[in-house]
Structure formats: C-alpha cells, structure tokens
Design a binder for this molecule. Structure first.
Ligand code: NAG
Ligand code: NAG
Length: 398
C-alpha cells in the first residue's frame, strides 16, 4: 500500500473490504501467517510474537519480534564483525547492506543519529573517516550494537512500504532469541511505529497475538475499526522510560473475590504494556496475595502447589491431566475497565500435569518495573490509541 492522494494511508485490510466493515481479516500476521512453521516451533517462539519484514533491494525476508517496550529496530547484518546470536533458519538470512541497491548509511550529523545517541546514552558513537553513525541498545543483560542505516522496508505482502526506514544493522549482539531482530513500537521519531504513523491518518496501532499455534494474529497501524472494546486511559511513559505505554492497575480478583492485601498498602500500580515480555510482573505485595488466593482456589479444585521452583506451579493431586475448564478466573481491574483473564492467560503449561502462574513479582524481572506481558493479553485484540490516549481490549479476537 502507498499513500493515496488525500493523505490517507490504508492497510490491505481496508483495501479488500470497506474501511467501516466489521471485518476481522488479518492485515499482517503478528508472529504467524507467512510462516505457519514458525508458530508451531517453540524453540524460536519462546513467548514472543513476530512479524515478517523485508529489507532492501532485492529484499531480504526476516522475522522480527514486535516490541512495544523499545524504540530502535534492528536486524542481524552480514559481516557480523564481533558476534551475533544464533538465528533460526526460519528467521531469514542475514541482511547484507552491501548487497542492497537502496541501502544508505546514516551520517554522524543526521538528526536520527543525534537522537539515538542521546536517548541511549551513547557519548560518542561515530566513525569520522567514513561518516558512520554507530548505535547500541540494551535490554537488561542483552544488547545489540552496529551501524545505523536506511533502506526500503516492505511488510508481508510487499505492498506496505517505508522507503527510508531507519534501523540498526547489528554487527555485535548478545541476544537470547532465535529471531532476526526487533521491531520497536515505542514512541520515538525513529521507532518503527512512528515511521509508519507519519504516513497514516490516525495515530494508533492494534494487534492480536494468537494464543495457540493454529490461530492467526494481526497487526494494524493507523485507523482501526471500532469494536466493543473496553477502554482504560493510556499513560505516557514509565519513570524515565517516557517512550513506553503504561496503564494504571487498581487491584485484582480471583474467582470474583478481591485479593486480601493489608488495607494500609496501596495496591495501585502503573504497568508498562510490553509485547516483548511473556509473563506479567506486579508489585510483590499484590503478587503474594495473588499467589495465595490462586493456591487456595486451586486447592479447592484438586491441585496442589509445588514448592521449590521460582515460579508458582501446580499439579493435579491425582496425577491426571490438567482440566483447563475448571481453573480459577483472574481479573485485573484497570482504571475504568476490567480485564477478565481466561485460565489460558493466567497459567501456562509446563508439562502434561504441571501448570505455572504467568505472573511474577516485580523483584524477579527488571527490578521494580511492573509489566503487563503478552501472555495475559493473548487472543485479545488490543488497541493503543495514541490520539485519544486510550488502551482498548476485546476478548476472543483471534
Ligand atoms: C517488492 O517490490 C519491489 C519494488 O516494487 C520489487 O523490486 C521487489 O522485487 C518486490 N519483492 C517481492 C518479493 O515481490
Ligand atoms: C510521544 O512523544 C511525543 C514527543 O516526545 C509526545 O509529544 C507525545 O505526547 C508522546 N505520545 C505518547 C502517546 O506517549
């Protein structure tokens, strides 16, 4: 798709059918469609969701993680000078900037170079002789570093295009995934989302991450069809990370009952919505109350808690397989909207007779950062409406 004369920017979903139609057909599979094989592959999947991108001319196909918790996008590049992570074959070949007719490196005085240096605390990242802007980004103990460049980016069907897409050509990384790289949806001028949004008529994105390998997800950037989603205010940033998107959690319920927390403790907390994180991280006081309430509800249903592992896990007392229909329901009460989680979004299966809570205390992730992870939101359509500053969710959307 391209810009039409009136400045409106439509994705194929709106092309195939009328924009106002209530048509859930996927635009670009988030994690999936082009590569059914990938979805069923837990080795490469590992709690993340991918989209298919093609970079350069001729174009190189890569699967990259959709990450609302970061800004700069990058892919593994050829001439990986120092070290690069081991990619799965399905993730596509390494991009070679020297083989792309449309690749241009970003110079040291380029505005994006200056911004990226500033935002990532890089004091000096330049090769003056060749006017090459260097970058590095960190994700906890992981990182990627290399050169900044621009090239033609095409999505999925080769119809959606950003001609001068800014991204990092990674030549040194420590990264635990098997995907080719990361696509950043955070709010910075050089993030994937903002580069796309510049060309759309409405500042929003929406996606649905499928909860099982058979289902298909989708991703929309720009105007989205309004549905019956519940809506909570979207909060700009989180602490010093002002490029992320956050929500206000008020409290939680298990099987309709509020958690038993010391009434003098304030359970309200701001959480980052992070599509690149699997589990949900809540404040310790809420977590321990949640674990307690879930353990008690599970006990009533014939499960015993397994102590010893870091996570909260359960086994059916009789050794029979897990019955997903009988598991407790958990509700997250956000400001003005309750997110009712089906058991598949509360637990994950570790083996035939062992399930674990997909929640953790904020002391065990990135310290003191509360995160609404992607497991809680799987199969929900979620909408980040940055124009209205709302976050919407609708169950069973993919
Ligand atoms: C995508 O479109 C570009 C520009 O029109 C073309 O050069 C390229 O061959 C196309 N790639 C595929 C895989 O169709
Ligand atoms: C995105 O960043 C711009 C510039 O810093 C800011 O004006 C805008 O309010 C931000 N939007 C969101 C949704 O965070």
């Amino acid at each position: 798709f391209r810009l039409s004369k009136d400045g409106a920017f439509h994705f194929p979903v709106f092309h195939r059918k009328h924009p106002c139609l209530d048509d859930p057909s996927p635009v670009h599979a988030a994690s999936v469609s082009d590569a059914g094989t990938v979805v069923g592959n837990d080795e490469i999947h590992k709690g993340k969701y991918f989209m298919a991108i093609s970079l350069g001319t001729p174009s190189v196909f890569n699967l990259v993680t959709i990450d609302t918790g970061s800004t700069l996008s990058w892919v593994n590049c050829e001439r990986c000078e120092i070290r690069c992570h081991g990619k799965a074959d399905e993730a596509g070949p390494r991009f070679d900037p020297h083989s792309s007719a449309t690749y241009r490196q970003i110079g040291c005085s380029d505005e994006d170079c200056v911004d990226i240096h500033q935002d990532n605390g890089i004091p000096y990242g330049c090769i003056d002789e060749t006017d090459t802007c260097l970058y590095s980004v960190r994700y906890g103990s992981q990182y990627s570093a290399g050169k900044l460049g621009r090239d033609r980016l095409a999505l999925g069907d080769n119809l959606t295009v950003v001609d001068d897409f800014v991204f990092g050509c990674s030549e040194d990384d420590r990264f635990y995934g098997k995907e080719a790289g990361v696509i950043g949806f955070g709010n910075k001028s050089y993030s994937f989302f903002n580069q796309m949004a510049r060309q759309t008529s409405y500042v929003a994105f929406a996606y649905c991450f499928p909860s099982d390998h058979q289902a298909e997800g989708f991703l929309i950037v720009g105007p989205y069809p309004q549905r019956l989603e519940l809506v909570t205010p979207l909060i700009r940033g989180y602490g010093r990370r002002w490029y992320v998107y956050s929500l206000l959690l008020l409290d939680m319920k298990v099987d309709g009952k509020r958690l038993e927390v010391d009434p003098t403790v304030d359970t309200r907390q701001i959480m980052v919505v992070d599509s690149g994180t699997d589990d949900t991280f809540v404040s310790s006081v809420v977590f321990y109350a949640l674990a307690e309430a879930v353990t008690s509800a599970m006990g009533d249903k014939g499960y015993y808690r397994e102590y010893g592992s870091e996570k909260v896990c359960f086994k059916p007392a009789g050794g029979e397989p897990v019955n997903w229909r009988g598991l407790p329901a958990v509700e997250m009460q956000f400001l003005r909207a309750a997110l009712k989680l089906p058991p598949e979004n509360v637990f994950h299966q570790q083996s035939a007779d062992r399930i674990c809570l997909a929640f953790q205390p904020d002391t065990s992730g990135v310290r003191d950062v509360r995160i609404l992870g992607n497991r809680a939101l799987r199969s929900f359509r979620v909408v980040y409406d940055l124009q209205k500053m709302t976050f919407g969710f609708q169950a069973r959307a993919c």
